[in-house]
Design a protein around this ligand. Structure first.
Ligand code: HXC
Ligand code: NAP
Length: 284
């Protein structure tokens, strides 16, 4: 769906790029000509992803362990990347999440998720943003958020508050830095099967079936669909898209207050027949 050289010459860092959506996006960016850096905490996962993606695409890929919660480690990573040349695109994809009853969470549990999602995004964004501004050159940031940032969500509260903050950061800096050539956008995906997300959030297979059924399209999203949207948003063709949170969820979030949606899906033909208007014959 894209020209093969869409991202030729672009240098892109993807946090959490060794697994799941980050890895699939790294592959798509490489196929479209970009040079890609991936980071995460686990060295062996990153090294395996780097090798696999290099063999699969023949592209230029580098990996480096880095915990995005650690501001100094992020600064060191960005300094090393910049020594080889400035980045053009930063994709904040690293995340932490788990299903839990909020009243049972420790302070450490909140700090862990907020540290990865919100503070991690802040560390990388400030590291790249300050360099872009100092050099008087533009850049693109793409943040990966969720569909529950506006409504919030029970049982994933640290993630909901952190992703809402990430979204506010996206919109705030889109306005503040826009006149200096920096575009900031986000993707809010609905459920897309990855080991990282589904093992933590959907503990039983039958819950997956229920989740599919709830979606207007009756299925989950795919990593390819996500990666294609990401490629478009970071490309120059999307140059006027700024401060946008693009939802990619099959229409799921729109069902929020649509209390008849699930009910309508359960009705039988006979029941639909019963609901049809009866002809009212006026009495003479
Ligand atoms: C309650 C938990 C917990 C759980 C960890 N903690 N798991 N509390 N329920 N299931 C607490 C620990 O007790 C500890 O608190 C603190 O959190 C940190 O835990 P650690 O295991 O030491 O942390 P760490 O090794 O850094 O792991 C971070 C993590 C883990 C977030 C806890 O889940 C992880 O590595 N996640 C990365 C990948 C990921 O989550 N992917 C899914 C993204 S999906 P104390 O007080 O003891 O220190 C997503 C959106 C999906 O974001 C939307 C779908 C529609
Ligand atoms: P995933 O495979 O678990 O991806 C998370 C990545 O973040 C992992 O590679 C992980 O690697 C990295 N990471 C975690 N903590 C980190 C830290 N402190 N420093 C650096 N890297 C860290 O899950 P995914 O489904 O692909 O999720 C990718 C993004 O999509 C996330 O932002 C998630 O919130 C979002 N999302 C996913 C879905 C979905 O249905 N899949 C839906 C909505 C939003 P290490 O563990 O090696 O550090």
């Amino acid at each position: 769906m894209f020209q093969k050289d869409l991202l030729q010459g672009k240098r892109i860092l993807i946090t959490g790029g060794g697994t799941g959506l980050g890895k699939a996006t790294a592959q798509r960016f490489l196929e479209l000509g970009a040079e890609v850096y991936i980071c995460g905490r686990r060295q062996e996962i990153l090294a395996a992803a780097e090798q696999e993606l290099r063999e699969r695409t023949g592209g230029k890929i580098h990996s480096r362990p880095c915990d995005v919660r650690d501001a100094a480690a992020v600064e060191e990573m960005i300094e090393i990347v910049w020594a080889e040349g400035p980045l053009d695109v930063l994709m904040n994809n690293a995340a932490g999440n788990f299903l839990a009853r909020t009243e049972e969470l420790s302070l450490g549990a909140f700090q862990s998720v907020i540290g990865i999602v919100l503070m991690g995004t802040l560390h990388t964004t400030m590291g790249c943003g300050r360099r872009w501004l100092a050099a008087g050159r533009g850049g693109v940031v793409l943040n990966v958020t969720t569909t529950y940032t506006t409504t919030g969500s029970a049982y994933v509260v640290p993630s909901a508050v952190a992703k809402a903050g990430m979204q506010a950061l996206t919109r705030s800096l889109a306005v503040e830095w826009g006149d200096r050539g920096i575009r900031m956008n986000a993707i809010a995906p609905g459920p897309i099967p990855t080991e990282g997300a589904f093992s933590r959030l959907l503990p039983r297979p039958e819950l997956e079936e229920a989740a599919k059924k709830r979606n207007p399209l009756g299925r989950f999203g795919t990593m390819e669909e996500f990666a294609n949207l990401a490629a478009f948003l970071v490309s120059d063709g999307a140059g006027y898209v700024n401060g946008e949170v693009v939802t990619m969820d099959g229409g799921e979030w729109l069902q929020g207050a649509g209390e008849f949606t699930a009910l309508g899906r359960e009705l039988t033909e006979k029941e639909w027949e019963m609901m049809r208007p009866k002809k009212i014959v006026p009495k003479a």
